[in-house]
Design a protein around this ligand. Sequence first.
Ligand code: NAD
Ligand code: ZN
Length: 347
Amino acid sequence: MISILDQNFSQLNEFLNELQPSQILILVDENTHEYCLPKLLGNLVTDVSFEIIEIEAGEALKTIETATHLWEIFAEFAADRKSVLLNVGGGVITDLGGFAASTYKRGISFINIPTTLLGMCDASIGGKTGIDHLFLKNIVGTFATPEKIFVFPDFLQTLPFAELRSGFAEMLKHGLIADEKHWNDLIALENLTPENIAPFLETSMLIKQNVVEKDFKEQNIRKTLNFGHTIGHAVESLFLQKGKPITHGEAVALGMICETHLSFLENLIREKTAIIIVNNILRFFPYLPITEFSTDEMITLMKNDKKNEAGNINFSLLVGIGECKFDCLVSARNITYALHYYQNLTA
Ligand code: NAD
Ligand code: ZN
C-alpha cells in the first residue's frame, strides 16, 4: 500500500531509515511551516541531513516560475537520485513539489505528507502532479508516483474549518461513487471536526487508491472520481471570475447536487434516492446563489473542460449510492434542467 495512515510518525521514520537517502529536502508553505513542520521535525528520527524550502501559500504560486525556483534550489543543494523531497502541505505543495521533483534530472524521489483533508484523501494520492499556466488549472504536469504517502491526522487540528469542509466534499463523493457504508457513516456525523472525520479518513484514502490502481491513466474507472466536478468546475470558475471565490469542496458539493439530479433525469437512479442524497449534501453545504450565472455560460465552460472530447460533455453519474457510471453523454436540455433544479432549491 502506497498511502499509509501514520498516527505517530513511526512508519515515516522506519521508511526513511530503509530508504537511506543522501539528503532530505523538505518543501513547505508559510502555513505548513508554522503549523506542521514543528510537529514533523519534533518526531523525525534520522541521521540524514535536511534542508527546508519554504514558498508562499496559495494556488497563485503553483506556477512554472515557482517550479523553476525549486529546480534552482535542487541544483544548489546538489540534489540527485539519492535525495528525497518531502512535500509537506496541501494539494498545492504536493502538486508543485511532485512536478518539480519528477522533472528535475528526469525524476528524483519524493514523499507526500499531505496536511489538508483534501490533500490526505485526494490530491496527494493518484500520481498526478501539475502547475497552472495561462489561467488554466493543472494544464502542465506529469504522472509521477511518490515513494510513499504518509498521512498524519493530527495535522487537521490547525486546518481552518472552510478547508476541512472542502476536503469533506471529496469524502462524500467517495462514498457516493464507491461505498454506500462510507456514505452512511459520513452523513451520520453531527458536525465536522477533525476528531469526527479522522476515523473515516483511511476508507477515503483507500477508495481513491483502489480506483487509481485499476486505471492510472484515466481511461475508464478513474473517471468516476470526476462525479460532481463537471458542473462543479464550471461553477468554481464563475465564482472566481466574479471575484467571489468559493472553496473547491463547496463547488464539488454543488456539482454533486446537480449531477445527482441529472442521474435521476437520465433514469439512472430513483427520485427518492436522489432526494435523500441532495438533502444530506445540503446539511453540510447550504445553498449558494448561482442565479446570476446563465445556464449558457455554465454549459460553455463545461464544454471547454479538458476532460471532454469532440465538443461532447462527458459526465460520471450515479446509478445508486456507492455506484457510478462514467462516459455518460447527456443532452444540453437535461443539464439545463439540473442547473435550474439547484437554482430553485431556495424556494
Ligand atoms: P492548499 O494546498 O492551498 O492548502 C489550503 C490552505 O491551507 C493553504 O493556505 C495552506 O497553507 C493551508 N494549510 C495546509 N495545511 C494546513 C494545516 N495543517 N494547518 C493550517 N493550515 C494549513 O489547498 P488544498 O485544498 O490542499 O489543495 C488544492 C490543490 O490541490 C489545487 O491546486 C488542486 O488543483 C490540487 N489537487 C490535485 C489533485 C491531484 O490529483 N493531483 C487532486 C485534487 C486537487
Ligand atoms: Zn476535486
